[in-house]
Structures are given as structure tokens and as C-alpha cells.
Design a protein around this ligand. Structure first.
Ligand code: SF4
Ligand code: SF4
Length: 317
């Protein structure tokens, strides 16, 4: 007889080790021979970003990052990975945006400095210029990570640039290209690459609030192996303790992401598995408020109740 906790852990390990996806069609599709002539080109640009999402994407395991950018997509430009630089890089970007209508998808990492365009330049033009021009010719855009999807840390309260997400940017410019948001700080490589495989081989995945539904439809809290502890009111008092991490600041109850079943680092671990609270990095309001620290000291009942309400307010508006 195994406990619920052991069962969930075992299920998570098995699904990860077999590379199972929540996209049923993708599992079969990814194994099919790819017609290389039809795979889309990816133009990958970075705005107000720390490059953490790019680093995370390179950690992909099944398929690995090399397969993803050479077999399932053609990476035509990436700021960090491409050999082209300077004028040559700018020419390449402009050639795609102006001369290859309908032949490429735009991947954007990072927020856009709406109120201070000069804070993010590509050559002598603002990043925003390229995004506006690309909206006229691209097949669609993928916002990679929380900064591009929701604004993230660059858009935190008090920021000087009036940073906005890619969706907000296009809305303000009255443009409405096809857009898929894939949040996470950093983004999980599976969330991005499996969405791209789906786009290539099956078509547009089902979305919830603009995000691929299979990865972001369920509250993390409900998938968590410590949910039973939460129900039994067994709370950790210090990092490293057994028990639910809610009173140490866990935002699992307000976050929609499949981390408890997907795990990170090639299925080695994930935040709560490593005894750290979920900091809600995939949530729309991640890091948006100055007065909302990632971690908290153990909170007594009254403080925890007020924090619960505060979290609800912050995450639901
Ligand atoms: S509050 Fe956090 S640690 Fe507790 S059950 Fe929910 S997600 Fe898991
Ligand atoms: S568990 Fe929470 S903080 Fe950790 S990666 Fe998932 S959504 Fe982000």
C-alpha cells in the first residue's frame, strides 16, 4: 500500500522519465518524420530580458535543444546563439521581417519599454519598431517567459520604463497578430518546445487565457504532493521541514502551472520538491508588487489568513 504522496511522486517520476507530454497528439507527432521543408523559421528577439529563458530552453531533453532548432524549427536568428552580429545581424533580422512574409514565427523574450523606447535598441532603432513591423509579416508570435507574457520583473511596480508584455504592446498599437503566451521565470523548456512541435505538426494548441491549456489549466496547489498536508493543516515552519509551505509564502494556491507533475532540470526536481515555496513565477502578477516578498517567515494563523486574502487580492485583482 503506498500513500497518496508516494503515488504522486511515482507518477511524476514516470511521466517525466518517459518524456510524456500533456499534448496527446504531440507524443505521436513528435516521433513522426519531419518534413524539413515545411518546418517554420523562428526569429528569436530579446527585449528587456535577463536571457534566463534562453538558458532554460537550452536545457531541453526530449527532444534536445539542437533537434529543436535544426529539426523541428529553423532558428534563423537568436541574439546569443547566432554567429551573426552587428550590421550583418541587423540585415538578417530586417530581411526576415520585410522579405519573408508568412514564412516565419517571431519568438520574443523579455518585456517592451513602452514609455522609454530608447531603453531597448536593436542597432539604431527601438526594439518596438521591429515588433511593429514583424506584426505585418509574421505567421504568429510566441511570448517566451513571464516578462514577454505578462511584463514580469521589468514591469514591476515603480519601474521607470513603463514596461509591458508583448500582448499589451500589440493591444496598445491596435495590432492583433496570432499570439501564444508561455510564462515562467524562467520558462520551462517543455512548455515552449512542445508548443512549437504542436504548431509545426498539428496546428495551434488549445489555449486558456492565451496560454497552452495542457500546461497551464490546473492550479499547482491541486497537483502538489503536499496538498494532503495542506488539508490536514500540517505546515512547515522552516525551509527544509516536511509539510505544506503555505505559511512560508507558497503561492501554489494562486498559480496555474504543471510543475508538480512535469518537474524541472530533466526531471530531477522542482521548487517544492527542493523544499522551497512556489513563488508564482508563471502568474500574471509575478513580482509586480513592491511589498510582496517571495519568501516569508512562518506565519501564525491570523497573519496567514490575512496573507491569504492579500495573495488573493494580488493575484485576482
Ligand atoms: S500551499 Fe504550496 S506547498 Fe502547500 S499544498 Fe499548496 S502548492 Fe503545495
Ligand atoms: S513551482 Fe512555482 S515558482 Fe517554481 S517554477 Fe513552477 S510556477 Fe514557477
Amino acid at each position: 500500500m503506498i500513500t497518496r504522496r508516494e503515488f504522486l511522486k511515482l507518477a511524476a517520476c514516470l511521466s517525466t522519465s518517459f518524456g510524456l507530454s500533456n499534448f496527446p497528439a504531440v507524443v505521436g507527432a513528435a516521433l513522426k518524420e519531419v518534413d524539413y521543408a515545411t518546418v517554420p523559421r523562428l526569429l528569436y528577439l530579446q527585449g528587456q530580458s535577463c536571457t534566463g529563458c534562453s538558458i532554460s530552453l537550452l536545457q531541453a531533453e526530449a527532444p534536445n535543444a539542437v533537434s529543436m532548432i535544426t529539426r523541428y524549427s529553423k532558428l534563423c536568428f537568436h541574439t546569443d546563439l547566432s554567429a551573426a552580429s552587428g550590421k550583418q545581424a541587423l540585415n538578417l533580422i530586417e530581411e526576415y521581417i520585410s522579405g519573408r512574409a508568412g514564412e516565419y514565427f517571431l519568438a520574443v523574450e523579455g518585456a517592451i519599454p513602452w514609455g522609454m523606447p530608447e531603453a531597448c535598441m536593436l542597432g539604431d532603432k527601438p526594439f518596438a519598431h521591429y515588433l511593429t513591423e514583424a506584426a505585418k509579416t509574421m505567421s504568429g508570435a510566441v511570448a517566451i517567459g513571464t516578462c514577454a507574457s505578462h511584463g514580469g520583473i521589468p514591469a514591476a511596480e515603480g519601474n521607470l520604463t513603463d514596461a509591458v508584455s508583448l500582448g499589451e504592446f500589440y493591444e496598445r498599437r491596435k495590432l492583433s497578430p496570432l499570439l501564444i503566451n508561455i510564462p515562467g521565470c524562467p520558462v520551462h523548456p517543455d512548455w515552449v518546445w512542445k508548443t512549437i512541435i504542436h504548431l509545426v505538426q498539428v496546428g495551434l494548441p488549445e489555449l486558456t487565457k492565451g496560454q497552452p491549456k495542457p500546461f497551464f489549466e490546473t492550479r499547482l496547489h491541486e497537483l502538489c504532493p503536499r496538498y494532503h498536508d495542506f488539508q490536514e493543516e500540517i505546515f512547515a515552519k522552516n525551509l527544509g521541514d516536511r509539510g505544506c509551505l503555505f505559511k512560508l509564502g507558497c503561492l501554489g494556491p494562486d498559480t496555474y502551472a504543471d510543475c508538480p507533475t512535469r518537474w524541472w532540470n530533466g526531471g530531477q526536481t522542482w521548487c517544492i520538491g527542493a523544499n522551497a515555496p512556489c513563488i508564482g513565477c508563471a502568474s500574471p502578477l509575478f513580482a509586480s508588487k513592491k511589498q510582496f516578498p517571495f519568501y516569508r517567515i512562518f506565519e501564525k494563523e491570523a497573519a496567514a489568513e490575512s496573507r491569504k486574502n492579500e495573495a488573493r487580492f494580488i493575484f485576482t485583482g
